[in-house]
Ligand binder design. Structure first.
Ligand code: FAD
Length: 354
């Protein structure tokens, strides 16, 4: 009996906490954006998260949270302060503990900031960074995150793809605050407008930050291809090669074509698994999501898992020797033919990139 009474009391006190947390949101819409930065600049996917935050509510107060150490963090903070007119504040956590973007210390940081400032929403881009940190932080804050949001139709109503992008699902969030989201940056386009006066930058007080954050993961290394090509996630044109290329050597054709077009290079999982290119170029359900103005697919069959990563592209061009290939069902322009003839001809006819 006593146990039941204790349980009831704890349930009652929990619902009181929940109610007061809800009232806080109704009065103040405030959003924390988990911000990814590199080389002293905020990544454009994080600016997309600000754009998404802006569509939650007209009077949303938006804070960008950056963590790291050294001069590049301060440069990135200055960039964040002027990257979008809707940014109200920039919070900076400067410590060696955030030297690498590991989920454990970052999630603890989000918990610390949330406990102090009680944001109604926490948003990150659906990049490896956001997908690594946000669910862990949500677990520490005991809420269920909503992932891969492509449309915001109210402060608690969101649209997200399901079944590998074949259906869209409208989700209404009725849980405790904060409401935590990852957003697809391709759905929240960044305009060129910037803040005329930089937003204030303040340091996060880390004096109560729990030192015991060793966790079970450790940073080993970061490797990326040194290339002058545009970033796959933001490129206006993407040229993709599939298994039809047959070898890593043949895949150079795709790179040459991309160079001429000033495009980013993408690949199917079959091409990555065959070792033609590194897996950071994979597009699809388990790779990157892209939505460029022009998407060109060579030797790509158009498997559902690949389409999940590129079907929102504005214009899709496909070249395949099989007229029944499913890629033609989503292509705006399709050419049935041998890529080994068509790609060299295209390269020859296109002028050199400036
Ligand atoms: C859980 C899961 C997740 C997955 N995630 C992804 C993902 O994120 N991304 C992804 O891409 N795949 C993913 N896949 C794999 C996916 O199912 C397909 O196997 C893959 O996309 C096929 O790649 P492809 O089109 O290059 O190869 P294939 O399906 O083998 O197609 C090759 C195409 O090239 C054409 N071709 C061959 N020679 C020529 C030529 N000379 N000229 C013109 N055309 C030619 C062929 O007609 C064929 O259509 C996933 C699978 C699973 C089960």
């Amino acid at each position: 009996m006593a146990i039941i009474e204790v349980m009831l009391r704890s349930l009652r006190s929990r619902s009181i906490v929940t109610a007061s947390r809800r009232i806080t949101t109704l009065r103040f819409a405030s959003t924390l954006v988990l911000t990814e930065h590199d080389g002293g600049s905020v990544k454009s996917s994080s600016v997309s998260a600000v754009v998404a935050a802006r569509s939650l509510s007209e009077d949303n107060s938006i804070a960008m949270l950056l963590a790291g150490s050294g001069p590049s963090l301060q440069e990135a903070a200055a960039h964040a302060a002027s990257c979008h007119p809707s940014v109200s504040q920039v919070l900076v956590a400067d410590s060696d503990k955030f030297k690498y973007p590991l989920a454990e210390p970052w999630a603890k940081l989000v918990e610390l900031v949330q406990q102090k400032d009680e944001y109604s929403h926490i948003i990150a881009a659906s990049s490896s960074f956001g997908k690594n940190i946000l669910p862990r932080a949500a677990s520490l804050l005991d809420v269920s995150p909503i992932t891969d949001v492509v449309e915001i139709s109210g402060s608690h109503q969101f649209v997200r793809p399901i079944y590998a992008g074949n259906a869209l699902c409208t989700v209404r969030y009725t849980g405790d605050l904060p409401c935590m989201l990852t957003i697809r940056s391709t759905s929240f386009l960044v305009s060129t407008e910037a803040r005329s006066v930089a937003a204030p930058i303040s340091q996060v007080d880390l004096s109560t930050f729990n030192e015991d954050i060793a966790g079970r993961s450790r940073y080993v290394s970061h490797s990326t291809q040194d290339t002058e090509r545009p970033d796959l996630g933001n490129a206006r044109i993407v040229v993709t090669g599939g298994r039809g290329l047959k070898s890593a050597e043949n895949f150079r054709m795709i790179e040459k074509l991309a160079e001429k077009l000033g495009a980013a290079v993408g690949a199917t999982r079959a091409a990555v698994d065959a070792g033609f290119v590194p897996n950071e170029l994979q597009i699809g359900q388990t790779g990157k999501i892209v939505a460029p103005e022009l998407y060109m697919a060579f030797g790509v069959s158009g498997a559902i898992q690949h389409l999940a990563g590129m079907r929102d592209s504005r214009v899709i061009v496909a070249v395949n020797k099989d007229s029944d290939a499913p890629i033609f069902q989503v292509a705006d322009y399709g050419l049935v033919g041998d890529l080994f003839e068509i790609v060299p001809e295209l390269i020859k006819k296109l002028p050199e990139a400036k």
